[in-house]
Write a protein that binds this ligand. Structure first.
Ligand code: NAG
Ligand code: NAG
Ligand code: NAG
Ligand code: NAG
Length: 470
């Protein structure tokens, strides 16, 4: 009479309950593993959060943040380097095992920290960082949250390698060689040396010196302490962690919409009239009444944010204006916090924009009246034509201090990071990297490179090519 045994019935009931609970629990377990990086010396795996941000149409960013977080697992063998990169997502790193030295750009300076087991560290979206193992013979494991609420919408996250070469491809590679030659003030050959060496993937083996960070301590005075850009205001701004609703777009839309108003008519001369609308209080703010943030022989630029003009805070919009002399360049840079809209007020020039994978997204000629759009995080530069100055003005989609990150010039991410890690990232000797990074004495706005005259080596190569073509 087992059937009627009440104990058996109870046991069955319990069993059923257990299964139900287990089934429910498995629905809460994230199982969509993705291998994002895999090299001989390391690996990154990501588990996507239960909902990707692109699905959260219309949801106020931040209101349901839990849905837009992915969980990343980073494994790095001893003596390995995670090549300098920035992401379209912010990270909170947690050191699960081993030790790691992390260098990253914080408020325009390079900061380095030695993390040990149990430490956590926040790396903001758009901030360039690298990681070096420092644990003796122990595999390093980091668990991190990948907060995609500021992402471009391509989960799990989009990385932009600053260091690199052939693999990973540095975003620098997306600019014309001649543009880089001007920005860095070195020959195109030297550029090719820097950008053609690394083949090891995003996580590479490094020498003991790099792993131990020896050079770092020795050369302390030489690096790190420099403001990257526009430290025109030493007052420490409290970072409001406001969430910004980002535009969603696809690569295709990007290509199609780069020039949103080519030949939009209207010469730059209208601008002053346009400004004098019937604006009531609060008082307007005049761009021309203020000293530029950056000014040298080759041009000037200034940006107005909510700290300068409070009303901007309400609409969360920033304003900037740039004037470049003939042939000059606003060096390759990145806006870590905002998309940028620009209007060419006068003159003409060229704009280059680079995809995250280090290929050219656009290289477009612009003239007065043209309107351009640059997505957040995308590297780009503006170059005035040699025939005359180019003036452009525009808006950024954030009223917070933008802190553009420059990728070339005397105050750039590269000058801040130059050292054994960056050399290892590019796969070249440190002296060679230093020569290239230091050749440019100007910051932010660079002169045209004087001689389109090729060097002897370049000439010889050209002649060889010509002969081959015949
Ligand atoms: C921009 O610079 C050019 C010379 O480089 C100058 O003639 C022009 O007036 C400047 N524009 C403004 C608005 O300052
Ligand atoms: C780089 O990314 C763009 C945009 O997604 C794509 O069109 C292009 O094919 C990619 N190039 C390479 C070499 O992967
Ligand atoms: C560019 O490099 C040359 C040396 O090769 C130097 O004389 C010149 O001052 C540099 N120009 C700038 C703007 O740094
Ligand atoms: C600084 C440091 O401890 N680096 C270590 C990275 O891993 C290698 C291999 O175990 C060690 O020899 C290094 O000391």
């Amino acid at each position: 009479m087992n059937k009627s045994n009440p104990w058996t019935a109870l046991a069955l009931l319990l069993l059923v309950c257990c299964f139900t609970v287990a089934a429910a629990a498995s629905a809460f377990r994230l199982e969509k593993w993705e291998q994002v990086v895999k090299t001989e010396t390391g690996e990154v795996r990501v588990l996507r959060g239960s909902d990707s941000p692109s699905k959260r149409q219309g949801a106020g960013a931040g209101s349901d943040r839990t849905n837009s977080i992915h969980i990343g697992f980073i494994f790095m063998e001893p003596k390995s380097l995670f090549i300098p990169q920035y992401l379209d997502s912010s990270l909170v790193l947690f050191v699960h095992r081993g030790e790691v030295r992390v260098g990253w750009v914080y408020k325009d300076d390079l900061v380095e920290k030695q993390l040990k087991m149990g430490d956590i560290l926040h790396i903001p979206a758009g901030s360039t960082f690298y990681m070096v193992n420092t644990s003796k013979g122990q595999r390093l494991q980091i668990i991190c949250s990948v907060d995609a609420s500021e992402s471009l919408g391509f989960p799990p996250y989009q990385s932009f390698f600053v260091g690199g070469g052939r693999n990973p491809v540095s975003v620098l590679a997306g600019f014309h060689k001649s543009t880089l030659s001007t920005a860095f003030n070195v020959t195109q050959e030297e550029i090719e040396t820097i950008l053609g060496s690394q083949t090891g993937g995003p996580i590479v083996m490094v020498t003991d010196d790099v792993a131990a960070g020896k050079d770092r301590r020795r050369g302390k005075g030489d690096r790190g302490r420099r403001g990257l850009l526009l430290d025109f205001d030493s007052e420490e701004e409290e970072e409001e962690e406001e969430e910004e609703e980002e535009q969603r777009w696809s690569w295709r839309e990007l290509l199609e919409n780069f020039m949103i108003g080519v030949g939009g008519g209207g010469s730059g001369d209208d601008r002053r009239n346009a400004k004098k609308g019937p604006v009531k209080s609060p008082h307007p703010y005049n761009l021309y009444d203020r000293d530029p943030d950056v000014k040298n022989k080759y041009g000037w630029s200034l940006a107005v944010d909510e700290h300068d003009y409070k009303p901007l805070k309400h609409s969360d919009i920033g304003v900037y204006i740039v004037n470049l002399t003939a042939g000059s360049m606003l060096a390759p840079h990145v806006n870590p916090r905002a998309a940028e809209y620009g209007v060419v007020l006068g003159g003409s020039g060229r704009i280059e924009v680079v995809f995250p994978n280090g290929t050219a997204a656009a290289s477009v000629e612009v003239a007065a009246g043209d309107v351009f759009w640059i997505p957040r995080y995308f590297p780009f530069c503006q170059i005035a034509s040699r025939s005359g100055p180019m003036e452009f003005f525009g808006f950024t989609t954030s009223s917070r201090r933008n802190r553009p990150q420059f990728l070339a010039g005397a105050r750039s991410v590269l000058t801040a990071m130059v050292g054994p890690e960056l050399a290892a990232a590019f796969g070249v000797p440190e002296e060679i990297l230093r020569e290239v990074v230091k050749a440019q004495s100007e910051a932010v706005i660079m002169p045209a490179r004087p001689s389109p005259e090729p060097t002897r080596k370049e000439k010889e190569r050209e002649e060889k090519m010509e002969r081959r073509e015949k």
